[in-house]
Write a protein that binds this ligand. Sequence first.
Ligand code: SF4
Length: 241
Amino acid sequence: MSSANNKTRPTPARRLRTMHETLAQAYGPQHWWPAKTPFEVILGAYLTQNTAWKAVERSLANLKNAGAVTLEGIRALPVEKLQELIRPSGFVTRKAQAVKAFVALVDEEFRGSLARVAATPAGPLRTRLLGLPGVGPETADAILLYAFGKAVPMADEYLRRIVERHRLISPAPNHNRKGYEALTSLTRDAFAADSPNRHADLYNEFHALVVAVGKAHCGRTAKCGGCPLAGDLQRYGPKVL
Ligand code: SF4
């Protein structure tokens, strides 16, 4: 039973907005994404699928040493060599093909210019990215938000755990695309009252903060002791799953 009176209980979106503030105060600015160029962000978004970031860093270091953290560099690499360089991140056949497919898209539909890709409105660009091999909604949104600065919220396993454990949404029986869109929809609602000019920055920071609290506290097992979000759980319940 929740301790909060139903009449005063804030909406899930309102709670999530407050949780963002709590995390921002606890952790400070996150300075995401940890990459120097938009194309490095894109490579990272592909390589991090089902892989810890430490492994991605090793792959990116290999690519940097080979001078291949650019469109031109990836274009010039034979796919077998690309697979070898990204081996630390695993799933090399699928990931190398996916990265090559992205570069082919830029070459064939945007005359080899990432700036032209970036100038495309978020909606059509998201649809186009989702049509590429190896690109699900999380990868597409990571590219849109962090490489191109579009006001597109992104979700991940950490956010799913947090909002399910705080019962901001019902736990999904399987984690399909519909479940993903429910998370991004809740995030959009949480920031709906903020100026649209701030949405890209807020989504950027929100996801980074979710990853920070997820890594520190809300992994497979919830470690609520000392978690900045424990106050929300105590106030509104319910129990941790
Ligand atoms: S660790 Fe506990 S308090 Fe922290 S986000 Fe997860 S469920 Fe909430």
